[in-house]
Write a protein that binds this ligand. Sequence first.
Ligand code: GUN
Ligand code: ZN
Length: 390
Amino acid sequence: MASTMSASSAALTFELVAKCSTTRARASILTLPHGPVNLPMFMPVATQASLKGLTPEQLEATGCRLCLNNTYHLGLKPGQEVLDAVGGAHKLQGWNHNLLTDSGGFQMVSLLKLATITEEGVRFLSPHDGSPMLLTPEHSMSLQNSIGSDIMMQLDDVLVTTSPDAVRMREAMERSVRWLDRCIAAHKNPDRQNLFCIIQGGLDLDMRRECCREMVARDTPGIAIGGLSGGEAKDDFCKVVATCTELLPELKPRYVMGIGYPEDLVVSVALGADMFDCVWPTRTARFGNAVTKFGVLNIRREKYAADFGPIEEGCGCPCCRPAGEEGMMGITRAFVHHNAAKETVAAHLLTLHNVWYQLDLMRQAREAIIADRYPAFVRQFFEQLYPDRQ
Ligand code: GUN
Ligand code: ZN
């Protein structure tokens, strides 16, 4: 590209740095109230204002400059009063970088069987004392304003994409548009916090197109594609992402929610998406799994008991780095294996490695896009992951 292109809104700047000449992949810089982040990027999930097993300093050491919190969890505990008193979630968790909060509805519907959705909002019973509660678009915005997240998500009506009920799917899509209008009206800090819309519509591409048009017309500073990662087939997933990115403005960040398998990240970047989040890399670490360029390794398996190599050869994370660098001792697979059954240290080390892996994968993708060799990068990625299929 001859020159960079950028666009700004009150609390965000999006600068397009490079575009792949053969796919829709892009490299960009997203500048938020707590600093710039390079896209494409993976955002780790710190549901309860901490990334399980890591201190904020350790998370920072992975290069992470934007992570997720959840409105639903923080709204219940510590609650809005404490959030207001401490001055928001950045202060609560000692994190001076960016935060994105999901709005809460998706978590309630996926975590609580008893949640019911009406036009007013999402009704549920408090998991703490069983009392009836209601999360409305206005209440979600109020909580997210108290949290002070750099990116806030609208409350949306989410169905799994595989839901067969087309009438209910249309209702959810149209309601999500109405709820976006209520979120925009209720947002108290548009000059300091960015509200992103969420495109719904299941696997129906026409419904997705209609939703894109409605959402884009509301001109939010960024745009998310929701309702995926619900067990749909990969080609359906790709069609939805591609249909949406085709209609989205070029100079706004595009976030595919709930996506975290390395192969899904690499493919979604080729389809023009910029941001992703998922609990999988950190959750699977707690089950003894290391995410590597050759696939997922379960370090609890007996064959690692006397394996004195690092978790992943060549990885630059603080666990895998050779001994002597930055004062770290070398960590071996045997050490992680030895601790994996009972001691939490194995979970900490694998969490650190897996977060690093995900962030580094996106750093490498970004470099490949800038050098205009993204297709070759994708080919090499899949050759390493599935060597037997070549
Ligand atoms: N996380 C994963 N998918 C979704 C979605 O569609 N909406 C929201 N709010 N969060 C999500
Ligand atoms: Zn590592």
